[in-house]
Design a protein around this ligand. Sequence first.
Ligand code: SAM
Length: 280
Amino acid sequence: MSVSVALYIVPTPIGNLGDLTPRAIEVLSTVSLIACEDTRHSGKLLSHFNITTRTMALHDHNERARAQWFIDKLQAGESVALISDAGTPLISDPGYHLVSQVRAAGFQVVPLPGACAAITALSASGLPSDRFSFEGFLPAKDKARTDKLESLKEDSRTLIFYESPHRILYSLAALEQVFGAERPMVMARELTKTFETFLSGTIGEIRQQVEADPNQQKGEIVLMCHGHVCADDDAIPAKALDTLQRLCGELPLKKAAAITADIYGLKKNALYKQGLEQGW
Ligand code: SAM
């Protein structure tokens, strides 16, 4: 395979080495240079796949300055791949400045699909996946964390957070304090690894369970919270929502809400609002 001169964004496994795609192996083997978040960490992955391509560090601290160095390489006709320690680069990982500067310099950026903890967790969570918001890591400081959660409290989308073992109890306590103990959530831990676990319940239940079991405080963690549900929405039966959604396929939302309200004896405005929120 020959690769054209471009920056390739290459996701790497989040635990299971079998998740490195054949295309990723091909690109990493063929490019002139691999930009790595940590060359020693990625060296293990690369040597496992017998990839001998030269590596160069690109992390949060040198990314802005180093980007020009990689652009010079592209200008010299060398192709470059970007990887992070695990998962998709740029997703709570370095790469944003490199990609934006490379694009601004007029070079092609080619993304490869692959592992990402947020999407992997969401896909098996059982929480609504039609609309979601990836929020990365919550702030480390108590006040900033609470403020951030306050700003998300009324968001109706499923909320996805990354978390580290030493902050998990603080974050669960803050979620309970701001979102309330009753909101449904799912905690996904050690995805694709031996101890992969999904805990599902209310925020209060999960917090108690994790607090009581130190094993649940270990490893890599994704937290997902159900979005905010308005009091008005509670009153709308699933059947009525289904009718509204079907009618929206044929009619403007206003008309669909009026007909559904008529059939089920519900408030037109509540149905209209729900339709808007769902993007029907
Ligand atoms: N770029 C990565 C991605 O695409 O998912 C994320 C990198 S971020 C620095 C690391 C965080 O991702 C971890 O603290 C954890 O929240 C989440 N994560 C990564 N691997 C995971 C796994 N195997 N299981 C659960 N969460 C994981």
